[in-house]
Write a protein of this length. Sequence first.
Length: 568
Amino acid sequence: MSYLVLARKYRPGTFSEILGQEAIVTTLTNAIRAKRIGQAYLFSGPRGTGKTSTARIFAKALNCEKGPTPTPCLKCRQCSEITEGRSLDVLEIDGASNRGIDQIRSLRELAKYNPAGSTHKVYIIDEVHQITPEGFNALLKTLEEPPAHVVFILATTAPHRVPATIVSRCQRFEFRRLALRIIVEKLKGVAAEEKLKISEGALTAVAQAAAGSLRDAESILDQVAAYAAGNVKAEDVRTLLGTLEEELFVEAAEAIRARDPVRALKLIAGCVEDGVDLVQWGIGMLGFLRHLLVARIGAGEVGFEEMEPETVKRLQELAGKFSIEELTAIAQALAGAVETMRRVGEPRVPLEVALIRLARTGPVASVVELVDRLESMEKRLGGGAPPAAPDHPGPVEGRAVRASTSSARAEEPAAAQGEAAGDAPAPELARVLAVWPAFLEEMRQRKAATAAYLSEGYPVSFQPGDPAQLVVGFLKGREFHCEALGQTATRQPIEQALAGLLGQKVSCQFQTRDALPAHAAAAQEPPPEGAGSPAADAVAQRAAKPDPSYLSSVLEMFEGRLLPGEGA
């Protein structure tokens, strides 16, 4: 007798042998007991989860000589014929090769005839989504009002491609992927029956490679049993299937954490030498990052049910070296790289670019840190004390302040002579400086993005007139700020706010400067006590109680977004 592959040899024959689909089994068996047999059923779900096997068992349950019964005998003529696939009353049709209108019309005509020797005529249409729209239309009426002796069972892995008019006429059952532990237990039983020696690690590796499909798991077991000559180890499964060891993912994560792009590139080079599929490597790394995220947030009880305690402990130790924001950023960058790798001819390049970028990027700030920084900025915008000035010019938050030369100051117009270092601002300019914090607060309430730009500039000259001319200076390198603020739609609200505070019309200009004027720090000082203006009161309120909405405004300005984390 020819060899029968494990997937066929151990195919379920009764409802009790169907694994991982308890709700479906319970519903069907109760319906048979109560004789509430539907006219059409739709079985949908991933491959290898038991759709066609369940359909065959359901057909046996309806046509068994002792039936309809939820426990077919498997010995009578009807059960034997259905099991062997030669029953005239249970027809299995491939939707891919019988998809046209002519085939469906033929099926519809045959359905009118009574069963040859059974109580029900059962049509099992596999991969039903392959039928053409015209074929579905031809099937529609028969599916809705079939003869009393006919039952349709439609099976598909793509239910979204089945027309809603068909789905609405069926009882739908959604088959789920099998849990890892269920597959492992089943494989243990198969290995025992076949007298096959296989380690626990190999069983787990086979079950993981099957991705929830029992049929795939049995086929893989058949393959590795032949490769290992009856004694299967985890290394045999990895060698045969080309699956990757977890140490490679650990090494990649360590390279990113250590900010060592060379180490990451050497890892990829080694994978290429060993013939590793880099797309599959990227997908595997994404799964590993998922494990790290689950460990980092402390949800191991819902993510590591199938893992050994030692593996879980190692994952938790590695996850503790990263923040949630870092793991999320790494996963997002790698997911984008994998998507690109699928489309290009040389997947190595996008993967290496992503790893270099990740390894060179500094730690990602958490949301809590970001909020603290924004609150500090908000206090300064609201009139808080300015930071202490350094004794000599130097880098401030990564930006170098260049001292202006006397020749450059000599070229400034007479209206801006008050900018010279050591000179007190003119009385007219001092009036602007006095209301500047209140003006920034008012602008922040109107539009925080505009206020954030203005907070980096300083009033450098003010010429009375109708309207008065105000020049706001920015350090060199802030040309974009000047351009953005100089646009009419942005400049008009600024001029309106200043006019309200100063009691006169104001026209604003925004210019860059080589150095800050001596009175620059004064622009951040709070207004004098007793000023009594509503804007000044608002400043005090904002300083006392920062508004978290400022965070969203700044994100809008920089077209950014928050990464989920502890502070979210």
